[in-house]
Design a protein around this ligand. Structure first.
Ligand SMILES: Cc1cc2nc3c(=O)[nH]c(=O)nc-3n(C[C@H](O)[C@H](O)[C@H](O)COP(=O)(O)OP(=O)(O)OC[C@H]3O[C@@H](n4cnc5c(N)ncnc54)[C@H](O)[C@@H]3O)c2cc1C
Ligand code: FES
Length: 258
């Protein structure tokens, strides 16, 4: 893990208020697992806390990583206003990502995502596809105009989409898709990242699955295990806390209370 001044190589607005940023720097060579994140300093003196952002895609040869950021508040808005050619102060790579070593070529993997939880699943899907796994994606969005990276994921596997308002795909949530008669949810591994409701549903639904994992996007402060702002409780009645930034953000389903 290091703090580095990374150069912003490109930026494009995928849908309103959602930006794809490509950053370049040596830090990229230290990324070891998909699902890890970086902690970005907001380029505003009055906002002192770094903002955690998942690594969406990695190109180690070019020393570049892609981030997808929703400008949802003052911090992310300010980060997204950075101009191409300017620099960003980045801490990372942080956290533990998605384990994949147990999977074998030809096995089936289910990836479940919602909204801004979808980006970390992209590098994971690239790695799984390279390893010859069969991928099924189940993604939920608020509406058709919030959908992003559909073509990119369709190049890697079968994509099923739900929207809250029914403007694209199945009307409802990702759970509506998982519950539908024709959907095959049998999988050798399951990975998910999304808003709290989605993570909670997946955490419960697959708590007995031997290889089901969720990535939590808790509020964070230091991002490196030093402050305990991000703790969650272990689901074993021990009263033990885990730090999402250091022990996660990826946890086995059933391991923590979401
Ligand atoms: C491990 C991790 C990975 C993340 N990856 C991404 C990513 O790839 N892309 C992305 O756009 N965002 C991601 N987030 C969420 C992002 O960090 C927050 O949206 C950001 O910190 C909000 O800061 P702000 O100053 O813009 O907004 P604030 O003014 O602080 O808040 C604006 C809105 O964001 C919500 N918010 C604040 N912190 C979080 C949080 N940690 N998680 C979810 N919602 C939050 C608030 O409830 C509020 O509605 C991630 C968070 C974590 C912990
Ligand atoms: S954010 Fe400080 S310990 Fe996790």
């Amino acid at each position: 893990m290091r703090v580095e001044t990374m150069k912003l190589i490109s930026k494009r607005e995928l849908i309103p208020s959602l930006y794809e940023l490509v950053c370049e720097g040596d830090l990229v060579s230290e990324i070891v697992m998909s699902g890890q994140f970086v902690d970005i300093k907001v380029p505003r003196a009055d906002l002192v806390l770094r903002r955690p952002i998942s690594i969406c895609s990695v190109d180690k040869e070019k020393k570049q990583m892609t981030l997808i950021i929703r400008a949802s508040g003052n911090g992310t808005q300010s980060i997204c206003e950075t101009k191409v050619g300017d620099s960003l102060d980045v801490l990372g790579p942080c956290g533990k990502g998605f384990p994949i070593d147990f999977l074998k070529k030809g096995q089936h993997v289910l990836l479940i995502g919602g909204g801004i939880g979808i980006p970390p699943l992209f590098e994971l899907a690239k790695q799984l596809s390279l390893n010859g796994l069969k991928l099924t994606f189940v993604f939920g969005f608020q509406s058709k105009n919030q959908i992003f990276y559909q073509n990119e994921f369709e190049a890697l596997g079968d994509v099923f989409i739900s929207t809250d308002d029914g403007s694209h795909g199945i009307k409802g949530s990702v759970e509506t898709i998982l519950n539908s008669d024709h959907f095959n949810e049998e999988a050798d591994a399951i990975y998910a990242c999304g808003p709290k409701g989605l993570n909670r549903m997946v955490n419960h639904r697959y708590s007995k699955h031997p290889h089901a994992y969720i990535s939590l996007e808790e509020r964070m402060a230091c991002g490196i295990g030093a402050c305990a702002a991000c703790v969650c409780d272990k689901d074993d009645r021990s009263g033990t806390n885990l730090k999402v930034c250091e022990d996660g953000p990826v946890f086995k389903c059933g391991e923590v209370i979401v």
